[in-house]
Design a protein around this ligand. Structure first.
Ligand SMILES: [Zn+2]
Length: 340
């Protein structure tokens, strides 16, 4: 049996990997816009393969692809009838691949877009959505649950309650879209402190910000809470002017989010540096979100000192015909044009 999330956190850094929706969209299996994971039912092999790629790259957690697989979102694409099948199948696929490499399986819920702090009736709508999704996840067998991209502390607390009612460990992370505050007006660090006090095993931030603009916020959270902290930035070069991926603009001033972000993508080296920085800060669960590719995850794993299955094919650039010490006379003739 593989170690539990609690045991792994106690033993050291846990490496996570997400970004399934963006990656499967790029591969032609998810529609940008609604971003509903229909792929789980329509092309399960595509989901299985991406899990496997992240597993080989060193991810210790297979996150079931149930992001946006909730009633509200499925209604948008006319697939409400597939809700249960989609949720159950996603967990089964994640579990199947997790077993291949001793990884854990996380159930997954996210912001619902149904929550309104001004309207108390929405609390019950949200609770019912989480209860059905996570009820199925628990029945299919998850090791813990990740509640993520929470805009509101209020909505995150509902998720936490539902996770606890199911007797599962909870990792709850906020989406830092605003400079300092959740949509319901809590400083991120304060919101994390409250989530920890309510019993979350892991608290932190995920999505929206790239490493550069995520790190200062997570440092503050690390200083504020005693429990384990998670950080899963997007691999995009956000900065002081455009602190989130939603605010990044092309040179022509067009919004790059969500499907023209490519020129802002972090290299594997950027993400490796980020992983080291996060560990230095004392972050316990280090991962990556929308935009991630397996090459990022492997670089992060290796930066943390791990050799993973995909390390077998890690770069040996010195063996490239043009970069090796003994470039042949014939190939050396190319060098001037390579260096121009
Ligand atoms: Zn994300």
């Amino acid at each position: 049996m593989s170690a539990s999330i609690t045991e792994r956190l106690r033993a050291g850094t846990v490496l996570g990997a997400e970004g399934y929706v963006f990656e499967l969209e790029r591969r032609g299996y998810i529609k940008a816009g609604p971003f509903v994971p229909e792929v789980v039912l329509d092309y399960p092999d595509a989901v299985r393969e991406l899990h496997r790629e992240f597993l080989r790259a060193g991810a210790e957690v297979m996150v079931a692809l149930t992001y946006y697989a909730h009633r509200e979102k499925l209604r948008d694409v006319g697939r409400e009838g597939d809700l249960e099948a989609m949720n159950r199948r996603a967990v089964r696929i994640a579990r199947e691949v997790a077993r291949e490499g001793g990884a854990l399986v996380a159930g997954n819920v996210c912001n619902t877009w149904a929550y309104d702090p001004e309207d108390p009736t929405t609390r019950e709508t949200v609770r019912a959505m989480y209860a059905e999704q996570l009820g199925w996840a628990a029945e299919e067998g998850v090791d813990f649950v990740i509640s993520e991209t929470n805009d509101y502390l209020g909505e995150a607390l509902i998720a936490l309650e539902v996770i606890q009612e199911l007797g599962l460990p909870a990792m709850v992370t906020l989406a830092p879209t605003q400079p300092h505050l959740t949509r319901d007006g809590y400083e991120y660090a304060d919101a994390c402190r409250i989530l920890a006090a309510e019993g979350a095993l892991v608290v932190g931030l995920n999505c929206d910000r790239g490493p550069r603009t995520m790190v200062p916020l997570i440092a503050k959270i690390r200083d504020t809470v005693e429990c384990a902290v998670a950080v899963q930035p997007v691999p995009y070069r956000t900065d002081a002017i455009a602190p989130t991926m939603e605010t990044l603009l092309s040179p022509k001033g067009e919004r790059a989010f969500p499907i023209a972000l490519d020129p802002f993508t972090c290299t594997r080296f950027d993400m490796a540096r980020f992983a080291l920085r996060a560990r230095e800060l004392g972050v316990d669960y280090i991962g990556i979100c929308c935009g991630a590719g397996p090459h990022h995850v492997r670089a992060m794993a290796e930066a943390l000192g791990r050799e993973v299955p995909a390390s077998r094919y890690s770069p040996s650039i010195e063996l490239h015909p043009m970069f090796r010490a003994d470039v042949s006379a014939k190939d050396a003739a190319f060098l001037p044009s390579w260096n121009a």
